[in-house]
Design a protein around this ligand. Structure first.
Ligand code: SF4
Length: 340
């Protein structure tokens, strides 16, 4: 008997997979990768594969970038406190898992969901909706809350012993920590809030992108949202300013043909990436003044900005000498709220 476990990288999905593996079921973990996967240093340094190796569970990664972009364009079941369409997201991942059942010769799917743990996607109605919409009726087992939910086919058929499943509910994490201890699971990631769509700052930048570049939504646009200072200079015109050397280098890497690159000359300062048509002097001057603002120049001192256009139609370097933009104008241009 084989089961597919959805693996988020958090403790709950690891517990659910281990509880079922302990009953002699061959569990294969699937870690779905989306453009919104968390990027903080702690989570980046966590080695998911090694962690599951230690639990004796094989995992595979499945990229769902395109489907995630489609989902964020058009979520059907609403959003959480930020731009997180958690119900749609669960349905998407479970539909994908359902599609893998035959290929992996697995009979059912496991998740680490806990009844009542998350306000949007883990109350009873949401769990039922997710099961129904994913097409996995009766074949979706949530081992950590199974005793509080309807019996599933794996339990009815005796593939899994219901008596060895759990009745966890609510937001307290104590039962999970106790179970981890009992199962000898160590070095797990501390509970995290979810993907980047649950982050308020990222969500604001994403909303701005959806409003202005809905058709052009792609992974490059989303990568750029993950760092830097973002300024909206026009409907299709945006400037992103690096905050440190690492971000400057990332911007240079992510620049596409026809993007503009602004850099102060003869004085330390950021790289800025301009996307859109900087086709008039006022706009170019505005961008240069923003870049000057973040250079090491004294306020009021003119700064030379080197401007390049990347790729086809390369115009060569140009120099603009300009004064740093004042803070009030700067703040009005900053992407910090859903702009009307
Ligand atoms: S937090 Fe992000 S990854 Fe997790 S279910 Fe919600 S939208 Fe999906």
């Amino acid at each position: 008997m084989k089961a597919i476990a959805l693996i988020s990288g958090g403790l709950d999905s690891a517990l659910a997979a281990k509880v079922i593996a302990k009953q002699g079921i061959n569990v294969v973990g699937i870690n779905f990768i989306t453009p919104f996967s968390p990027i903080d240093k702690i989570r980046r340094s966590f080695n998911l594969r090694k962690f599951f190796d230690n639990l004796g569970i094989d995992i595979m990664s499945v990229n769902i970038f395109d489907e995630s972009l489609e989902m964020i364009r058009n979520p059907k079941f609403g959003l959480g406190s930020n731009l997180n369409p958690c119900i749609d997201c669960h349905i998407l991942m479970l539909k994908k898992a359902k599609g893998l059942l035959e290929r992996l010769e697995a009979s059912f799917v496991i998740t680490g969901e806990v009844l009542g743990q998350r306000p949007m996607s883990q109350h009873r109605h949401a769990l039922e909706l997710i099961e129904r919409k994913s097409g996995l009726q009766g074949l979706l087992l949530r081992p950590l809350s199974a005793k509080l939910l309807d019996e599933t086919i794996p339990e009815k058929e005796g593939w899994v012993k219901r008596s060895e499943l759990f009745d966890f509910s609510g937001r307290s994490r104590s039962p999970q920590f106790a179970l981890a201890k009992e199962l000898g699971i160590k070095d797990y990631q501390t509970p995290a809030g979810g993907c980047l769509l649950t982050d308020a700052g990222f969500s604001l930048r994403m909303k701005d992108l959806l409003k202005h570049n809905l058709k052009a939504l792609n992974n490059n646009e989303i990568e750029i949202l993950k760092f830097g200072r973002h300024f909206r200079l026009g409907d299709q015109i945006k400037l992103v300013v690096g905050r440190n050397q690492e971000e400057n280098e990332k911007l240079l890497k992510l620049a596409r043909n026809r993007d503009y690159l602004f850099e102060p000359q003869g004085i330390p300062g950021p790289v800025a990436l301009g996307r859109g048509r900087f086709d008039n002097k006022e706009l170019v001057n505005l961008a240069c003044r923003i870049v000057s603002r973040y250079s090491d120049s004294q306020y009021g001192e003119p700064v030379k900005i080197n401007l390049r256009k990347k790729g086809l139609g390369f115009l060569g370097a140009k120099e603009f000498s300009c004064l740093a933009l004042d803070d009030k104008t700067l703040e009005n241009l900053r992407v910090r709220k859903a702009q009307k």
